[in-house]
Ligand binder design. Structure first.
Ligand code: ZN
Length: 413
């Protein structure tokens, strides 16, 4: 293969992906005005439904604008040799290969951050604000950005630096070490996310003794699930949207409830949501997910190792000689269709797991409480009640609200 073959392949893949994504979103937008299914009619009143319709349309138009903008920027960047320019810039500052790569990604990352910043600002303070979701102050927004950037530089820099070092030391075998590193890192992240990462952005306080705590503990004990750590997080500091999640393993495992969830749902509904989460644990979904993503990571690194040292691919991006960072970028473009497919497969598994967790909640807790909780959460986030099936197939990690309610209404087995 010649460099120009890869050059046109990369451009073609970017264009194909853009057209595919726009087409799917367009189909989905065509469903916005579809009749609301009978089972979901009691979620919104007329006024609220109009508001949800306008929220969907606003987000759709904004998505078209931002994705078209980044599509054009990326195409122009490749066509006008942007990667070779940044590569040259990094090389003019240092000769140390790992430092060159880190600088290269640092410059690209910073440029990306600066370009996307106005969009993030607009989304938070214009779109989310005008629909009453946003609670972030300007100070919170900027602090989040700065903290996120610093965290990205430290963690991203350490990981990229280490993988690059493996590459320099072992060339074609580097993928095994990189695989081990990423697996170890995600295991650590899973265990200690709540202790080390969350506190950078949020305040967590143990759930106070009272009816809710009793209800949760009673239910957990009844299904043989021991949980000592139940925390409330100040999600209301940024948004009115509500959430709850589990994290960690073994003695580190904990439930985190958004304060917004406690305000919006009754105790029975909260217990039903947690019953669903405990269902994920009991059905070993956490372990399956980790295994699956570990396998995928290994496969990805292995394929990367076949590409990364090839000069042809570097030349496709306008750079004369292969290097770790140019190989990684070119691979990122070429691998996109495969990761699109694996993403769809992961969503397929995820939707299956969601049904299983719902079934667990239905069997051991209450389908009525879970249904009303899902309806309230859906209403509070102005969610789309009539998504297009193709859009669901490609992008949804959860079944649609209608599918979940239909399943929850069936008798428990
Ligand atoms: Zn779930």
């Amino acid at each position: 293969m010649t460099p120009s073959f890869y050059y046109y392949l990369i451009l073609g893949l970017i264009i194909a992906n853009f057209i595919f994504e726009k087409y799917i979103s367009m189909l989905n937008a065509g469903y916005f005005t579809k009749k609301v299914p009978e089972l979901l009619k009691d979620i919104y009143n007329k006024e609220e439904y109009e508001s949800s319709q306008s929220y969907k349309k606003t987000n759709y138009n904004f998505g078209i604008f931002t994705s078209t903008f980044s599509f054009i920027v990326i195409l122009l960047f490749i066509i006008f040799g942007g990667f070779s320019l940044v590569d040259g810039l990094a090389r003019s500052i240092t000769q140390q290969p790992i430092a060159i790569s880190l600088l290269f990604f640092g410059i690209l990352g910073l440029a990306n951050e600066i370009i996307t910043l106005p969009f993030a600002y607009y989304q938070t303070f214009y779109i989310e604000s005008s629909f009453g979701f946003n609670k972030s102050t300007k100070a919170t927004f900027w602090l989040d950005k700065i903290k996120g950037l610093l965290l990205g530089i430290v963690l991203g820099g350490l990981i990229l630096g280490a993988i690059n070092w493996f590459y320099i030391q072992t060339t074609s075998h580097f993928w095994i070490y990189a695989w081990g590193l990423i697996t170890g890192f995600s295991l650590l992240m899973n265990m200690f996310y709540a202790q080390f990462i969350v506190p950078i952005f949020n305040k967590q306080t143990p759930l106070e003794v009272g009816e809710l705590k009793d209800a949760i503990t009673t239910f957990a004990t009844s299904v043989g699930f021991s949980i000592e750590n139940i925390y409330v997080i100040d999600g209301s500091k940024r948004s009115t949207k509500a959430n709850a999640y589990f994290s960690g393993f073994g003695s580190q495992k904990r439930i985190t409830l958004y304060d917004t969830l406690i305000n919006d749902l009754s105790n029975d509904e909260i217990v039903a949501v947690l019953a669903h989460e405990i269902g994920h644990y009991k059905k070993k979904h956490i372990i399956y997910n980790m295994l699956l993503s570990t396998l995928l990571t290994g496969l990805t690194f292995y394929i990367l190792s076949l590409f990364i040292g090839t000069d042809t691919i570097a030349m496709a991006l306008g750079v004369e000689k292969a290097s770790f960072h140019i190989g990684l970028v070119a691979f990122g473009f070429l691998y996109a269709p495969i990761s699109e497919v694996t993403g769809i497969l992961m969503h397929l598994f995820s939707r299956k797991f969601e049904y299983q967790a719902d079934n667990f909640a239905k069997k051991y807790c209450s389908n009525i409480s879970l249904i009303s909780a899902l309806k309230t959460l859906s209403k509070k986030s102005l969610s789309n009640l009539t998504p297009h099936p193709w859009y669901v197939f490609v992008h949804y990690s959860h079944p649609t609200l209608l599918e979940r309610i239909n399943n929850l209404k069936k008798p428990a087995v």
